[in-house]
Write a protein that binds this ligand. Structure first.
Ligand SMILES: [Zn+2]
Length: 349
C-alpha cells in the first residue's frame, strides 16, 4: 500500500465564495477603482469559465489549503506470478479500480429543485458574469448612466446572494456523512479489487486507487494522473461513484461547460455485459452534467475509462451533497449488484 499526499483547496465552497465576493466587490467599486474593477471582473470571468469546466483556476490558490492523501493498493507479488508468464506474448493490461473517499460540503445548490436545472443555471450565471464585466466597462466609460449604475448594484447583490446560497448549508452543517457519495463507491472498488486479486484474470494487473479531494474539483485523481511513475499504456480506469439508490448506470457523457464523451473498450465491455447477461439487462447508459467524476483527466487524455453510478428515474443521484446522505437511505443490494457487474465486465476485457 502506498500513500500519496498532495495540497488542495479545502472545499470548492471557498472558491465560489471568493468568486462571488470578488464579482460583487468589483461591481460595487467600479466608480472609484475604475479600470482596476474591470481587471477584477476580467479575472473572475476567466476563473469562472476555467473552474466550471473543471480545469485549473487561480481561485483555488486563494482558498484555505489542506493536504489529503490518495491511497493506492496493488496485488501482492505471489498473485502476479501467473500473469508474468504471459508477459512475453501479450502486453499485460493494467486495470485501476478507483473511488473517492472524501465527502462533500452540504450545499443548498444540491436541493433536488436546484440540481434539475444545474447546467442551465450554470450557463445563466456564466452569462451574468460576462454581463457584469461589460457593465463595469460601461461604468468606467460613463456610458448609459444612471441605468448602468443601477444594474451594477443589482448584479452585485445577486452575486452576494448566490455566494450565500452556495455556502449557507456548509457553514451550518459542514460536510455530508457521505454514505452514498462515496462510501458505497469505495466499498464497491475495494470488494471488486479483492475478488480480482483472489481470482485474477490472466493478463490483467489490478490496482486499487482511493482518491481524496474529489469534491474539490477531482483533485486527488488529478494528482494521481499527473504524478504517475508509469505510463498509462494499456491502462483502464474503472471508477465507482455514488451507488446508494436507484438504477446502475454506465456513464457515457459528462462535463458541465464542454462535454466529455466516453467511448472506449471499457465502456464497450460494460455495454456488452449489460446486453448479453440477463442479470444485468437493467443496466443502461446515462449522462451526468452536475459536477464531474474522477475519470475526467483520463477521459481527456484518451485513456479508456468508465464511471459506474446510480441514478433515480429523473437521472439524479439521490441525496447528493445533502444531510440525508446517510446509511439509512442506502440500498445495500445495489452496491453488491455493482460489484458483480464490475467483475463480469472486467472478465470480458
Ligand atoms: Zn462523488
Amino acid at each position: 500500500m502506498e500513500r500519496q499526499s498532495f495540497n488542495t483547496p479545502k472545499t470548492y465552497i471557498w472558491e465560489v465564495i471568493w468568486l462571488t465576493a470578488l464579482i460583487a466587490a468589483g461591481l460595487a467599486a467600479t466608480s472609484f477603482l475604475s479600470w482596476i474593477s474591470v481587471g477584477i471582473l476580467a479575472f473572475c470571468t476567466l476563473s469562472a469559465f476555467l473552474f466550471f469546466d473543471w480545469r485549473f483556476s487561480p481561485l483555488g490558490i486563494l482558498s484555505p489549503q489542506v493536504s489529503p492523501e490518495n491511497i493506492i493498493g496493488t496485488m501482492k507479488k505471489e498473485d502476479t506470478r501467473e500473469e508474468n508468464t504471459l508477459e512475453e506474448d501479450i502486453t499485460p493490461k493494467h486495470l485501476i479500480l478507483m473511488a473517492h473517499y472524501d465527502s462533500a460540503p452540504v450545499s443548498l445548490l444540491y436541493l433536488p429543485s436546484m440540481v434539475k436545472n444545474f447546467r442551465s443555471s450554470l450557463f445563466i450565471n456564466l452569462f451574468l458574469i460576462v454581463f457584469a464585466l461589460l457593465i463595469s466597462i460601461m461604468g468606467v466609460l460613463n456610458l448609459g448612466e444612471p441605468l448602468v449604475s443601477w444594474l451594477r448594484w443589482i448584479l452585485a447583490l445577486y452575486f452576494l446572494i448566490q455566494g450565500l446560497i452556495t455556502s449557507f448549508d456548509y457553514l451550518r452543517y459542514g460536510y455530508t456523512n457521505g454514505a452514498c457519495d462515496n462510501a458505497t463507491g469505495t466499498a464497491a472498488a475495494m470488494v471488486t479489487a479483492r475478488r480480482l486479486w483472489d481470482k485474477p484474470v490472466p493478463g490483467i494487473k489490478v490496482s486499487l486507487v482511493l482518491t481524496g479531494a474529489e469534491e474539490t474539483g477531482m483533485n486527488g485523481s488529478k494528482y494521481y494522473f499527473t504524478n504517475k511513475n508509469f505510463s498509462f499504456e494499456n491502462t483502464f480506469v474503472l471508477n465507482f461513484d455514488s451507488l446508494g439508490k436507484g438504477d446502475l448506470k454506465i456513464i457515457t457523457k459528462t462535463g458541465s461547460i464542454s462535454t466529455i464523451t466516453y467511448k472506449n473498450k471499457l465502456v464497450a465491455a460494460a455495454i456488452m455485459t449489460a446486453r448479453n447477461d440477463k442479470k444485468f439487462n437493467c443496466v443502461e447508459t446515462a449522462s451526468w452534467h452536475t459536477g464531474d467524476f474522477d475519470t475526467i483527466w483520463f477521459a481527456r487524455a484518451g485513456i479508456p475509462c468508465l464511471t459506474l453510478t446510480a441514478q433515480d428515474k429523473e437521472g439524479a443521484i439521490q441525496n447528493l451533497h445533502r444531510p440525508e446522505d446517510v446509511i439509512e437511505n442506502i440500498d445495500e443490494s445495489l452496491t453488491g449488484f455493482t460489484i458483480d457487474f464490475a467483475e463480469s465486465l472486467v472478465r470480458r476485457l
